[in-house]
Design a protein around this ligand. Structure first.
Ligand SMILES: Cc1ncc(COP(=O)(O)O)c(C=O)c1O
Length: 366
């Protein structure tokens, strides 16, 4: 049996009719930039996430760069975040001329809140946890620290659309939440895309200007900005997907539970506070000291796996060249133990059982 890590083609096939219908509709309207579908999308997201203001943008990375500008962060201002993430988490901070200050993670693979206060300096402006694989970070504790030191709380919610913490949607719990709509995310478009959400009207108004060259109307620009608008066609596709997002996220959640039930005696399965959070499981990440041999074994059995992330950001040349070498004990240990198993909407029960059987078999032999 051959099991791919992702299956974009099946999803396209599933939505094909509706997507083509939408493509034709928008094409015939000739409505491509800042169009009706985008306005509709932003309204729908605002209702869905129960957040006041929403902006469809080019991608997460631009959303973070614009957020730093909108918040008036200046050169070398510090943002506390984590290293166990995609490079963009720190890349966007550095690109906005600010400095990422990295803290270690705990066994949830999210920010260890016990290290935050030690890293706060006069230059600290914000804390930005990553809800890795859509598992909520320790929101209450981070909020408390942000309030105590008067810091902005930004959520890297790239993996987290539809996930909840104490009944509220991830991304809506801090001052700003930024989502990626990259095709690999549970909720996504058919290319690059992103979302910024906030309940702060002033911030929203600034960000709205920044995403479109500071233009307050067609011919008058009141501040330097950039071009980071979610295409109307992509927004149209997202409006189709949004109707199914609860069902889609439930499928991820069910697959994750099934993995956990059957693998918990063999590997470290994802750790999260079940009573107060519902993760999206954008990735299903296990931990084992035998990671490399398990990965090879599964590959031979036709099962594709991935590692999120093999080289933590503080080990990347880009980081070392700018800020030198630092040590993050758990992040480094875990980076050698983590393995992401296939999880997507078109994974069949038969495939799931095949993956589980093979993992169990590996551990019985090794
Ligand atoms: C945690 C995290 N943050 C940020 C990003 C960047 O998102 P985008 O590709 O939309 O810029 C990603 C993308 O994979 C991510 O995984």
């Amino acid at each position: 049996m051959k099991i791919n890590f992702t299956d974009f083609r099946s999803e396209f096939k599933f939505f094909e009719k509706d997507l083509i219908k939408k493509f034709k509709l928008i094409g015939r309207q000739g409505d491509f930039i800042l169009g009706k579908e985008l306005v509709k999308f932003e309204k729908k997201i605002s209702k869905f996430l129960k957040v006041k203001y929403v902006l469809g943008i080019g991608n997460w990375t631009e959303g973070m760069i614009m957020s730093c500008k909108a918040l008036n962060f200046s050169k070398d201002d510090e943002i506390i975040t984590v290293s166990n993430s995609f490079i963009a988490t720190c890349g966007a901070i550095a690109y906005a001329d600010c400095k990422p200050i990295l803290v270690d993670v705990d066994e949830t693979l999210n920010m260890d809140v016990n290290f935050i206060e030690k890293k706060i300096t006069k230059k600290t402006k914000a804390i930005m946890p990553v809800h890795l694989s859509g598992i909520p970070s320790n929101i209450d504790q981070i909020k408390k620290i942000a309030k105590k030191y008067n810091l902005i709380f930004i959520e890297d919610a790239a993996h987290a659309f539809g996930g909840t913490y104490k009944g509220k949607y991830l991304g809506t719990l801090g001052d700003i939440g930024i989502f990626s709509l990259h095709p690999r995310k549970n909720f996504h478009v058919l290319g690059d895309g992103g979302l910024i959400v906030t309940n702060n009207k002033k911030l929203y108004q600034k960000l709205k200007l920044l995403r479109n060259h500071g233009l307050k109307n067609r011919n008058s620009s009141i501040t330097w900005g950039t071009n980071s608008r979610l295409d109307n066609i992509q927004a149209g596709f997202a409006n189709i997907l949004l109707k199914k997002i609860d069902k889609l996220n439930d499928k991820f959640y069910d697959i994750a539970n099934y993995y956990t039930k059957n693998l918990k005696n063999y590997v470290q399965t994802p750790i999260f506070e079940k009573k107060i959070s519902k993760p999206t499981f954008h990735q299903y990440i296990i931990r084992t000291k035998k990671r490399d041999s398990l990965k090879k074994f599964l590959f031979k059995k036709g099962i594709q796996t991935a590692i999120h992330y093999p080289l933590p950001i503080h080990k990347q040349p880009a980081f070392i060249n700018s800020y030198g070498k630092i040590k993050l004990k758990k992040t480094e240990v875990y980076s050698k133990e983590i393995l992401s198993l296939p999880i997507h909407n078109f994974l069949t029960k038969k495939e799931l059982i095949y993956i589980i059987k093979n993992i169990q078999q590996f551990f019985k032999k090794n």
